[in-house]
Structure formats: C-alpha cells, structure tokens
Design a protein around this ligand. Structure first.
Ligand SMILES: [Zn+2]
Length: 343
C-alpha cells in the first residue's frame, strides 16, 4: 500500500441529511430504418440509466484526512455536472426499508455493532436502501441500468462488525433482495475494486445461485482472494478470484475479464448483474498501485454490458466501492456512467 492508512482504523463517527440528482433519457437506434417502411423505426430502444445518491453520504465522516471522505462524492457530483452526464441520468431516491434485507445477510449482532460504532447508522442503511431502490427500478423494467454513488462502501462487510471502511455489504444485500423480491434465480457479482471483495465472497461461498467474480491485488488488504478459493459444497465453482500483478494494466484486467469472466458468465447465464465498482484500481490511487485507465474502465463496463445484453435484458446495477484519488475517481465514474448510458 502507498500510505499508512489502516482500514481497521477510522470507523467511528458520522451524521445525516438527504436528496438526489438530475434527469433525462436518450434514444438509441438499435436497427437501421426498414427499407419497406423508411419512416418507421420500430425497434428504437429507450435507454434509461438511473443514478442514486443522497446528501446524507456527505455527512459520513471517518476521521480527518481519511481517504474514505465526503470529498470523493463531491468530486463525482462536480464532474458529472461539468461533463453533462448528470442530466442524462434518471434520479433514484432511497425508498425501500432496508432492515428486512440487511437481516438476510448480516446477523443481529453485526447490526448492533454497526449501530454502536459511534456513527450514524442511518447513513449506512440509506446506502443499502438506495441500492435496493436501484435494483427495484431496473428489475421492474423502469430503468435499463443504474449507478449508485454511495458511501460507505460495502464489499468487505461480513458479520464481524465494521471492517475495511465497510458497514453493510450493499452488493450482497442487493443480490439477496433481487432473489427474494423478483424471484431471480441467478445473480452475477463483478468486483473490479483494487481490494478483494472478501465480504461478498463470504456471503455466497456455498451458494451456487450467486456467481462472484473479483479481480484484485493479493498482496494488499484484506490479504485474501486466492484463485484457489473457488467455493464450497454446492457453491463449488461459483467463486472466481483473479489475482492481478503489481502495477496491473488495462491489458491485465481486460484479459482477466475476457478469459475468466466471459466464459463463466456465459455458462452461468445470470438474471441480473451487480457491479462492485471500486476505482482504487485506477492509476494514481492513494491506496492502490494498479495502472488502470479510464479507457480501461470503459472497456470493463462494455464487457459487463455485453453479458447483460446477452443474458438478462441489459439489467445492471453498479455501486461505488473504493477509489481514493478524488479527481481520478470522478473521471472514472463519469466514464463508467457514460458507457452505461449507451445501453
Ligand atoms: Zn478498495
């Protein structure tokens, strides 16, 4: 790691408040106009990309100078406004009571530990609610896909209390929610954060209904994510860890997606794809040493979208995990959402 921030530290404090972002959908022509009916294009598909955020997330303070700071979301909001991307998205408000679904993943003891961790637990539960609301909109067909600019992140959270800047495992709860609410049988989680999604792996390690794919650095926190960890029992073969080398490039991660993710996903045939979109794998991050560029993230997004087109009517819900170079994070998120907007 490049600096001395410990993920076990800085997890006590916080506060509250609320709102969302902007709107508009775009039309993309799937087919050229028919020669028989030159004035009619019957297969225009409306691409609607949702965007969830909440001002509450700006109140989540871990500690002075901590990399998981409100500045991350402020930079994202500013970039999306400047680039014009924000106004192309449809706002999603956090409207679903998350507690019954948090309980599907986390124990009462864990929830109590989050509540007693000297922070405002309502911020953590709002992040879960926001992601569930995005899943609701996408699975009901109201939106094609969605991105959730949330804090705190979630993919390290298991049942041991707050861990690795994470409190509730947003993506794991979203997968369980999609299965229980929409009766979806198979969920694919894709995690391109610099750090291994150990909490997500934990949640589904024996579960063949959720295929977990994670690319990460083996030599960094949480020091898990061996490719030998492939699942257990009925879940054997449904956990895919890809350890990338130090200073991994676009080519390294794209090759992993092409060689490992695509064939596994084609065999699995997911009903919904969820992304743990961590951008600490981007070049110049404060906590990572990978060299992934924004073009690389665009390519990864396109690969996941191709899978979604093929298997699940384009349904993707992506949520923010890490990313600690605020300006770099903002540019990468902008690129990611622009790719999602192309349907
Ligand atoms: Zn990370």
């Amino acid at each position: 790691m490049k600096n001395s921030f410990s993920r076990r530290n800085f997890i006590n404090t916080t506060a509250t408040i609320g709102t969302g972002v902007c709107t508009q959908s775009i039309l993309l022509s799937e087919n050229k106009p028919s020669s028989e009916f030159p004035n009619i294009n019957p297969k225009k598909k409306v691409i609607k990309t949702g965007f969830h955020t909440d001002v509450k997330y700006l109140k989540h303070l871990i500690g002075k100078g901590h990399p998981e700071s409100p500045e991350r979301l402020k930079a994202i909001h500013q970039q999306l406004k400047i680039s014009g991307t924000a106004k192309l998205t449809t706002p999603i408000k956090a409207k679903i009571d998350p507690l019954p679904y948090i309980s599907q993943v986390h124990s009462d003891e864990h929830i109590q530990r989050v509540k007693h961790a000297a922070l405002d637990e309502s911020i953590c539960s709002t992040a879960v609610s926001g992601v569930l609301s995005a899943v609701n909109k996408v699975c009901s067909g109201e939106l094609t896909n969605a991105f959730c600019a949330i804090r705190p992140p979630g993919h390290h959270a298991a049942n041991n209390g707050p861990y690795g800047f994470c409190f509730y495992n947003n993506i794991a709860i979203a997968a369980k929610y999609a299965q229980s609410k929409f009766k979806l049988k198979k969920i694919l989680t894709v995690d391109w954060d610099y750090h291994h999604g150990d909490g997500t792996e934990w949640a589904f390690y024996d579960d063949p209904s959720v295929l977990c794919f994670s690319t990460h650095a083996l030599y960094a926190f949480p020091f898990s994510g061996s490719p030998n960890r492939t699942g257990v029992g009925k879940g054997k073969g449904f956990n895919i860890n890809v350890a990338l080398p130090r200073k991994a490039t676009d080519k390294d991660i794209i090759t992993a997606f092409k060689n490992k993710l695509i064939p596994a996903a084609d065999k699995f045939k997911p009903d919904l794809i969820l992304i743990s979109a961590g951008f600490d794998s981007r070049k110049d991050d404060r906590l990572g040493d990978f060299k992934i560029t924004d073009t690389g993230f665009e390519e990864l997004t396109k690969i996941v979208m191709e899978l979604a087109h093929k298997h699940c009517d384009s349904k993707i819900v992506s949520m923010l995990e890490g990313g600690y170079n605020t300006q770099g994070l903002a540019l990468a998120v902008d690129t990611h959402i622009k790719a999602l907007l192309k349907g």
